[in-house]
Write a protein that binds this ligand. Structure first.
Ligand code: NAD
Ligand code: UDP
Length: 322
């Protein structure tokens, strides 16, 4: 018998970078957590510390197939987030976004669960409006190498809003901007983990293009706090809501900061800019401030230092084991 109506929480993609931090935070609040993941871009290492916890359960499952479980809330995070990983098998990426969203929305409809979708700033593509408010419809290439992710996520948003309109499913859609922190994979391919691992190992820092393109980086604890706040809000609060840190940096500035914080002597190596790489990105987070009473509190320097410590330990442990 379950007395509370919001206690059994499903986190898809729970063995991933953000998902594993979310599992930690939900368990700390006393929830029962069911983590569902096919471990494509995540790792069982991210949740190894939870295995003895009776409130935590892990199921290896691919969300492109239906899932029959009884839950009260669903955080739908399953999807590789790094361009390297989502472009490895782009058809699977589309299926994860579209079939995965359909399956999880069907589950939400049957169980009456509230469901949150981890959408992305990529729905804005290479934006013509800066910073990006939620009202901006985006500038996305539908047929390029990033489209499996960008259009997959856009279609997932469409499905969420259609399930809401057609079946009154209680949805929450967030558009996450670049998030970083401990438990990113060393071979993740995203810029923060690449630069840190390169700096710590003395390898050249790979700057794509001239490094003048910008991103706004949010520390994972700030993001998880916002996800939980939004899930807890009562009422017809569908979103979409941008979540991210509005302080914008160029990739050159990021590289310089990583070199300063690690004390590394790595050289900068300039490589080709990937196709359709957005030139600038900064969230307008007024809506998140108003609705959630939230804004990020971790400065980039502080968050990078914690992430550097994580990778330092990780790389040392890997070296000692070999
Ligand atoms: P991640 O790759 O570390 O985590 C994604 C998890 O989903 C992994 O554990 C992976 O194994 C799992 N997964 C992938 N396909 C699956 C499938 N078909 N079935 C079951 N599990 C599957 O990435 P992350 O950075 O933790 O991102 C989590 C979510 O947040 C993703 O949906 C991503 O699109 C979104 N997001 C992240 C960022 C960011 O900067 N980190 C930005 C925007 C949106
Ligand atoms: N980038 C880079 N060097 C790297 C990895 C990425 O200069 O080794 C750049 C990339 O071209 C992009 C930015 O960093 O302009 C952010 O890339 P990431 O893959 O982290 O995220 P996304 O492009 O999805 O925002």
């Amino acid at each position: 018998m379950h007395e509370e109506s919001d206690n059994r929480i499903l986190v898809t993609g729970g063995a991933g970078f953000i998902g594993s931090h979310l599992c930690d935070a939900l368990l700390a609040k006393g929830h029962d957590v069911l983590c569902v993941d096919n471990v494509f871009s995540g790792s069982k290492r991210n949740i190894a510390h939870l295995q003895g916890n009776s409130a935590f359960e892990f199921v290896r499952h691919d969300v492109t197939y239906p899932l029959f479980v009884e839950v009260d809330r669903i955080f739908n995070l399953a999807c590789p987030a790094s361009p390297v990983h989502y472009q490895f098998d782009p058809i699977q990426t589309v299926k994860t976004n579209v079939h995965g969203a359909t399956n999880m929305l069907g589950l939400a409809k049957r169980t009456g669960s509230r469901i949150l979708q981890a959408s992305t700033s990529e729905v804005y593509g290479d934006p013509h409006t800066h910073p990006q408010p939620e009202e901006y419809w985006g500038n996305v290439n539908p047929i390029g190498p990033r489209s499996c992710y960008d259009e997959g996520k856009r279609c997932a948003e469409t499905l969420f809003f259609d399930y809401h309109r057609q079946h009154r499913v209680d949805i929450r859609v967030v558009r996450i901007f670049n998030t970083y922190g401990p438990r990113m994979r060393p071979d993740d391919g995203r810029v923060v983990s690449n630069f840190i691992v390169q700096a710590l190992s003395g390898a050249p820092i790979t700057i794509f293009g001239k490094g003048t393109q910008t991103r706004s980086f949010c520390y994972v604890d700030d993001l998880v706090d916002a996800l939980m706040r939004f899930m807890s809000l009562e009422g017809d609060m569908t979103g979409p809501v941008n979540l991210g840190n509005p302080v914008e940096f160029s990739m050159l500035e990021l590289a310089e900061l990583v070199l300063e914080l690690t004390g590394s002597k790595s050289e900068l190596r300039f490589e080709d800019l990937p196709t359709d790489d957005p030139r600038q990105r900064q969230p307008d987070i007024d809506k998140a401030r108003d609705m959630l009473g939230w804004e990020p509190t971790t400065q980039l320097k502080q968050g990078l230092s914690r992430t550097i410590d994580y990778f330092d330990d990780f790389l040392n442990a890997a070296e000692n084991a070999s």
